[in-house]
Structure formats: C-alpha cells, structure tokens
Write a protein that binds this ligand. Structure first.
Ligand SMILES: [Zn+2]
Ligand SMILES: [Zn+2]
Length: 242
C-alpha cells in the first residue's frame, strides 16, 4: 500500500511537472528561448572564460601592450604588487558582463535556484583550471542562502567539505556606489568564525559570485587568517575588468 502511494505520489508529481511545462516551459534565462537546461547552448558558448594572461596573485586580466599596461612582476601585477593581501591567490571564471550578469540576477533576485547547478559547474571549471593541484581542506563562502547552496553543490563536485563556519555579525548597508575605501570600512567587522579551531593550519578556498573591489572577500580572508588558516585561496564566478 505504501509503495502504491509512493508511486502515485511520483506519478502525480510528474504529471504536475508535465502540466507545468506545457503552460510555463523552462526558458533559457539569458535569451528566453525554450530550453530544458535553463541556459541554451548558444548562450553558454558566449560566456567566455578569462584568458590565460592574468596576474598570478590577484587574477586581474593583464592587458599587455595596451594603454594601461599591466605586467606581472615577482610580486603580482602593478596594481597589487605593493598590497599585502591576506589571501594567497584569487581567480575568476569570467568577466562580469553580458549573459552571466543575467544568470546571477535570475539566481539571486528571481530565485531560480536550479541555476546553482550550472553556476557550480562554471566554478568547477575554474577550480580545475587553477587550483586542482593545491591542497585545499575546506570550502567557505560569504554567509547567505545563495552562496551556501552553490557551495554545497560545488563541494559535491570537487569533494572538498563545505565548512559554512562563518557568520555575519553586522548588518551591511549596500556596497553599491561606494569606492574601495568606503566598502572596506563598511564591511569591517561584519563576520566572525563560528568554530575557532576548525581552520587552524588549514588551507581554505573562499568562493563568491561577484568580485567588484574584493572588499568582502578580503574581510573574510582576514577573519580566516585570524583563526589561524594557512593559505587562503579565492575563487569568484565573475569579476570586473579593473
Ligand atoms: Zn539562450
Ligand atoms: Zn595583481
């Protein structure tokens, strides 16, 4: 009897899904064409990975031979060579422009949470490209439901446990429209580690969706460093060109 109920439940669910699809078929979140995968092949092909020429430290694309010449020095590019970062490296999957902006918007604001699978595959791609040979003990992120879901999904793909060991202790006013110094000030003291012992001597990969000035990621990296973490790697889905 229980089995029949289970099957009936499944059939009903499938039927509901089928009906739902007839009336509101899944669409590509970028171009709006009907596509079961939420992103059509054409739109995926337009999302370009960041090219190989990047700063070894901050991951900034190097535009060599262009007006604002950026070169790798022994201590990073000429934007970061004088910085004393508390992270070891930062890498991004793609530049924050075009279709990927829509993907993030639909995921975060329109709550199309099924996009987490696609986003985590993009992150997996960057992880394999840049960090596959590094010894990383934990995944971490900026606390919040959106990034937690992505990290859980990424954790399954790369087989590194997602710690979720950071909590927000201060309400952060909007970072938009603020310059780097204002952002850093705004975010200062916003996070704390839950279990202080977890990161001691460990290497941690911190993941986020968008890198604008890096102020949030740097604040998290600082909290991890204080908790005794060894190397801190940063990985973002997208970053600005600057
Ligand atoms: Zn499309
Ligand atoms: Zn750099």
């Amino acid at each position: 009897m229980i089995l029949i109920q289970k099957i009936q439940k499944k059939v009903n669910k499938n039927l509901i899904d089928i009906l739902k699809n007839i009336f509101t078929p899944p669409l590509c979140v970028i171009c709006g064409k009907i596509d079961a995968g939420l992103l059509c092949e054409e739109c995926i092909s337009k999302i370009k990975e960041i090219e190989d020429s990047i700063c070894d430290c901050c991951g900034r694309p190097l535009l060599e031979n262009k007006i604002n010449d950026r070169k790798n020095t022994e201590k990073g590019c000429n934007f970061c060579k004088n910085e004393d970062f508390n992270f070891y490296k930062h890498r991004s999957f793609t530049i924050y422009s075009g279709g990927i902006k829509k993907v993030i918007k639909k995921y975060k604001y329109n709550k199309i949470y099924d996009l987490k699978e696609i986003i985590s595959i993009f992150l997996l791609h960057a992880y394999v490209k840049y960090y596959k040979n590094e010894k990383i003990d934990y995944l971490e992120t900026v606390p919040g439901i959106h990034m937690n879901m992505i990290c859980e999904s990424l954790s399954e793909l790369i087989k590194i446990p997602f710690a979720g060991n950071i909590s927000r202790i201060k309400k952060i006013t909007k970072q938009q429209g603020l310059d780097f110094a204002q952002r850093r000030n705004n975010i200062k003291g916003a996070f704390k580690v839950k279990n202080c012992l977890l990161y001691y001597g460990k290497n941690v990969l911190v993941v986020d969706d968008v890198w604008t000035t890096g102020s949030t990621m740097m604040e998290i990296a600082g909290v991890l460093k204080k908790a005794g973490a060894n190397k801190i790697y940063l990985l973002t889905l997208t970053r600005g060109i600057q």
